[in-house]
Ligand binder design. Sequence first.
Ligand SMILES: Cc1cc2nc3c(=O)[nH]c(=O)nc-3n(C[C@H](O)[C@H](O)[C@H](O)COP(=O)(O)OP(=O)(O)OC[C@H]3O[C@@H](n4cnc5c(N)ncnc54)[C@H](O)[C@@H]3O)c2cc1C
Length: 458
Amino acid sequence: MQRKRAVVLGASIGGMLASRVLSKHFDEVVLVERDLLPDGPVFRKGVSQAHHAHLIYTKGFGIIEDYFPETRRLLEEANTTFTDFGRVRWMQYRKWKATGDLDAPTAIFLRYYLDWAILKQLREVPNLTIMDGAKALGLVIADNVVTGARIEREGQEEVIEADLVIDATGKNSDAQKWLKEYGYGDVKVDVLDVGVKYTSRIYEYPEGVEIPNIIISPDLPHGKRYVLLLNVNTGLLVTLTGIMHDHPGATDDTFLDFAKNMDDPCVYEFMRRLKPKTPIASYGYPRTRRMRYDKFKLPAGFLPFSDSYTSFNPIYGQGMTIAAIEALELDRYLSKSKKFNAKKFYKRVEPYVSFAWGLSYTDMLRLPEAKGKRTLGTKFMNWYIKRVQLASTNPKVYRKFLQAMMMTKPPSILFNPVFMLRVLFTRLFSRKDSPPDFTPLYRQLDEQRSLQVDGIVH
Ligand SMILES: Cc1cc2nc3c(=O)[nH]c(=O)nc-3n(C[C@H](O)[C@H](O)[C@H](O)COP(=O)(O)OP(=O)(O)OC[C@H]3O[C@@H](n4cnc5c(N)ncnc54)[C@H](O)[C@@H]3O)c2cc1C
């Protein structure tokens, strides 16, 4: 059934995906964005997390490609790394995971390149109007039905009438406040303080030296630091992340120091040999938050979506993939149903949201500072998932772990009895990992540097 007009508030990944889906089911879609949207891949204030490493899981990227088929080509032209996640050198719990092609394709990019590739295609959608430089102020509700959104543009307030309003204004969404203006009560919220801080800097690509993508995760709960070195569109992106207030500094020295004090200082060894290209950018993320709109009596014709509904702990890299899954489920739901009912939509996405939320929430409970409920179930999960991660020195175990992480297979594959035996036996009989040897690369970088210095001297 074709409907008349939908309005989407917020034009980041969640809002753009929702708009594309709605353009299939509504005569007209209006996408409202507070920022002025750029004409190329550049940073903008509304997506200020974009200075920091963003990894997208296979499932999420696949859905994006289905709705925006030119995405891969546009990203390839912009020097994006397309690789298998199994090729990223990843140390966790002081062990290097297996390496190889493990059925986990991924793309590694600067976040604003992805947003730009999607926006470029969205601009071609004929029944979609992008209204940028326009701030959403609230909703218009009559008889428990949302009939439009209030916005402010060029100092003027106006109302855009709509049959459906989707809020994709992100984790700082005012949706709860907008509902309260009409007498709606408090929405139940699940929160967990995580005290996360990101700092990032791009380094120049050294000529002729191929530096691998590297992730060093901590030995939770003893360590709380994450270090990523990624080949992105314009150089080598280093993102340092500290949880529970063990934060990286933002000066040259403190930035380097943080990476030095890791279980393996390899990223530090690269950093000190590379030339910085950008200043250091910081981003604080105090708590994860799941607004229980799925249990709330929302007015008809309104849907909080993506981060506005659930803001995941960013270190687990789930947000964009869940936004994509929500878009896909919205599409499937609208294709089947004549009337829109937010509860029915949430029921469809709940298994994915709960899985992603549960995984990161439970993992944080390894830290004594995390104020969450510890049950026998969470204790077992943390014991078992750590076994899986340690056994990921075995490529067969790691492949399955990646499939669950990348959301291409259900998490139940990790609980298949044959797999569980493999996890336990790998741990018992082959605990060895194979640490990469980066010394030849350090040497190449050192030689290059001394050549440059010689060049200046003579
Ligand atoms: C530091 C960090 C690292 C992350 N890393 C990853 C990762 O590796 N992988 C991953 O999948 N996810 C990651 N995420 C999560 C990911 O960024 C989000 O899940 C994703 O951007 C989807 O969010 P969204 O579109 O709902 O909201 P946002 O990205 O927050 O965008 C909200 C949009 O709404 C606009 N807006 C806000 N208020 C108004 C208003 N009143 N009126 C109009 N427009 C408004 C903003 O300008 C913005 O465009 C990370 C997040 C953070 C903070």
